[in-house]
Design a protein around this ligand. Structure first.
Ligand code: AMP
Length: 254
């Protein structure tokens, strides 16, 4: 048995009562790690650089081991650029090479840049027309019930690759689940953490990391998932929210 442990924190009021999203986290852990995982999430909610959390919701839910899908970690490539505009230009090229139309790329960036505050989840956008496909407005679709298979080995491997922070650990797990979703073409993300300027474009082809995708100090981040026309959106959201996934990294052993 595994446990899905999820946290969401907001300022002013609960999210559903109009509170401002501060932070969230998603883990899938064995029972003996539930207590330390919830404690770490509480600490994180209280200390987030986006501000003081007034509302924190932590959910612990059992997940049957047989329902867990194992997915291979996406290969990671870093593309360093001189500044944010060239980072974004390169990220757009990666999206285009993954099969997202120019129109949809521009619509996706426009929607991300128009956000007045960060969403809790991601926008689903048609990879051809650029039209928003989910009806979740400012909430978006939150990907959940995923984790790395072997946490200690993964942390060691990430550090050996020069990736020491929690952001990339979580992002690469999320991106691996997302890239394997039915109808997924590609994803673009940059963080809402004011101190974190990196972002990525990902697809089944790989996770392309851009150290400069957002200006330092900006609390505005977001995620856009580009979807193949004709995809069953209900089934896609069901996979993103509910399908338990553990990510396996074949390179850890080496
Ligand atoms: P982060 O990378 O955690 O700084 O998050 C950046 C943005 O991505 C957030 O503002 C949300 O819009 C979105 N996001 C974060 N976590 C998730 C998730 N689990 N599922 C979908 N979107 C997310």
């Amino acid at each position: 048995m595994l446990y899905s442990v999820r946290m969401r924190a907001a300022q002013g009021a609960a999210h559903e009562a109009g509170g401002r999203h501060i932070s969230g986290a998603e883990r899938l852990v064995p029972k003996e790690l539930v207590a330390e995982t919830t404690q770490a999430m509480l600490d994180r909610a209280f200390e987030h650089s986006r501000g003081q959390a007034d509302f924190i919701n932590i959910t612990v839910e059992s997940v049957a081991a047989e329902s867990v899908r194992l997915l291979q970690l996406l290969p990671i490539t870093t593309i360093d650029t001189d500044d944010v505009p060239s980072g974004r230009a390169e990220a757009k090229l990666v999206l285009a090479n993954s099969g997202v139309s120019e129109k949809a790329i521009e619509a996706g960036f426009e929607k991300l840049l128009a956000l007045e505050d960060s969403m809790r989840g991601a926008m689903l956008i048609c990879a051809e027309t650029g039209i928003r496909l989910d009806l979740r407005e400012n909430r978006g679709v939150r990907v959940s019930r995923m984790d790395i298979g072997d946490d200690a080995a993964f942390s060691k491997w990430l550090a050996s690759q020069g990736f020491g922070n929690l952001h990339i650990r979580e992002a690469i797990v999320l991106a691996t689940k997302v890239a394997n979703a039915p109808g997924m073409v590609a994803e673009i993300c940059w963080s809402d953490d004011p101190e974190y300027t990196a972002g990525y474009a990902a697809s089944l082809g790989g996770y392309m990391r851009f150290p400069k995708l957002k200006a330092y100090g900006s609390p505005l981040g977001g995620r856009v998932f580009f979807i193949k026309p004709g995809t069953n959106i209900e089934a896609l959201i069901e996979y993103l929210e509910n399908q338990p996934v553990l990510v396996i990294n074949g390179e850890e052993a080496g």
